[in-house]
Each structure stands twice: as C-alpha cells, then as structure tokens.
Design a protein around this ligand. Sequence first.
Ligand code: NAD
Length: 322
Amino acid sequence: MSETILILGAGGQIGGELTVKLRSIYGDANVIASDIRESNFHKQLEGPFEIVDATNKEAILEIVKKYNITQIYLLAAMLSATGEKYPQKAWDLNMTSLLAVLDLAKEKYIDKVYWPSSIAVFGTTTPKNNTPQKTIMEPSTVYGISKISGEFWCNYYHEKYGVDVRSLRYPGIISWKTKPGGGTTDYAVDIFFKAIEEGKYECFLNENTRLPMMYMEDAVDATIQIMQAASEDIKIRTSYNLSAIDFTPKELSDEIKKHIPQFTITYKPDSRQEIADSWPQTIDDSQARLDWKWAHKHDLSSMSKDIIKNLQAQKNQELKTV
Ligand code: NAD
C-alpha cells in the first residue's frame, strides 16, 4: 500500500531534513510538511506545507482527511533548555500533541505513528557509560519527564489498543542545513557555524563534557528505517536506545582544528551544564542493532569533514552573490 505521510513540527532541526528524505522515497505530493509557523526551509521546497497546531487534534484530523494520511511523524516539541524556562508550556506541548496523535491512531484514522524520545529520559542515577536499554530512569528536566511519560503512553496505546507506534531515544543531533531549537547539545552545531564565520567559539559546556551524538543523516536514516521495519521486528514499544558517536567539546574542537588550524575555543558553562551532567556519556543500542538492523555510517571525523566542506561551500557561494 502506498503511504501518505504527515510531519508535525516539520519546520524544526530534524523535520526539515526528514521532509527532504521522505519525499525522495515517497514522492513530494505524498509527504505533507506542517508546523505552527511558516518555515523558511520549506519555502524553498516543492511539496505541500500546511500550518497545523500539533496540540489541536481536530486541526490534525482535518489535514489527515484532506490528504488521506496513513502515517504521522510527530516532531513538534519543546526541547530541554527551553523547557526549563517554560516548564508548564513544555509539558502541555509535548504531552497534548502526543496524546492527540495516539488517539487518532487508536480511532483508526492513521495506521502508524513515529514519535521521538531522547537521552533526556535518563538522569544522574542512571549508569553513565554504555547506558543499557532498560535501566534506572529518573530524569531531572521537565523535558525528560515529558519524554519518559510519553514513552509509557506509547507502550500503553500499543498494548491496550494495538496502536503501531515506534520511537527512538535520539542522542544530540548534529546538522548544518537546519539549525537546532533550544537543546543542551546545540553547541555541537553552533561550533561549526562559528568556526567558519569567526574562527572562534565560546562553548556553554565545559571541555570534558562527554555526550552521545549523531550526524543528521544517520538520525534521518534510523527514523525511516524503524518506520519501514516489519511490525514483528519492533520488540520495544516504549523507545529504542540509539547511538552513533560520543565526544567532548575539547575533542570536537581538536577535530575542527584539523581543518581550520587557527580555530580557538573558550569555555563558559551556563545552566545547560547541569542538564548535560545529568545525561549519559555513551549509550548501548545493541537492541536496535539486533531487532531492526540499525547501523550508523558517520564517525566524528567523517561528520566534521562533511559539515566543514558544506559550510565552506555555502560561505563561498554567499560571497560570490554579494
Ligand atoms: P525543533 O525545536 O528544532 O523543532 C520543533 C518544531 O516544532 C519547530 O519547528 C516548532 O515551530 C514546531 N512546533 C512548536 N510548537 C508546535 C505546535 N504546537 N504545533 C506544531 N508545531 C510546533 O526540534 P527538533 O530538534 O527538530 O526535534 C524534533 C523532535 O526530536 C522533538 O520531539 C525532540 O524532542 C526530539 N529530539 C531532538 C534532539 C535533537 O538533538 N535535535 C535530540 C533528542 C530528541
């Protein structure tokens, strides 16, 4: 059966690149991008874009009916750092949108749901190295609380109503085409932009803060792979651990210096340091690798090389057109 896909929150860091990849697979007309606000990224693309509030179930249903949607990817959320500034709003957005979409699946308007969780479900009491799939989970941020609750809602809807919902616990996602939206791992994106533009960066985490990370291409591939997997291969209906690389700001800056030798970094930790300190350093994702054959492509070196090459090309193009 052919799929028609609705992405909620498509204007964000992951949604933009996911839209492009899904359209290359399913066709422009079959992937409907939507967000609460118009997205500059989507203005340059060919396929349909709709303004939809992901917390408004009726508004989502209208679009589901208009396009005969079969799958929803729910990416609208308030992330970790912003969530600490607006805890109630973070909870309302993250939970109301998820329950709206799960209900639409329960009521058989759609067949399949994708919803991402995060390494923020873990807390200071979780083993930090090679964090297992099943372990102590005592999150300290509102974002983390919303993600762990969301995971159990997903499992509940699957067990109780047979809803086909699939989920990944993303690590920090690193991209250059789209910018991040208020997370604790945003430094690992900002650093590349500043390295190209200014040759220096002031990092809001200290130099030895190791966190699990992943290049956007791998994150998008994992997302589509879990959605395309046979239902019987999805053994976990809370959310899968997912892993690729891990590094500290110091290690990342050393990698950047291989390409931009004059690059300098300084450290000025802010409130995001406390959030980062509560998260794992490395993740055990062997269950995803076993169940639906997950394998990442990019390491720190190939990712850095690719980002710097693309940002430099973008800068040269901008200079030419000025
Ligand atoms: P983002 O902040 O870049 O994008 C979120 C998008 O949701 C924005 O375009 C925003 O306009 C939109 N949005 C906000 N409120 C909305 C509403 N009411 N209705 C419709 N759209 C609304 O986030 P992202 O980085 O693309 O993250 C996508 C998902 O992946 C989120 O669930 C996030 O928790 C999860 N995640 C991301 C990362 C990461 O490193 N980016 C890591 C772990 C988990």
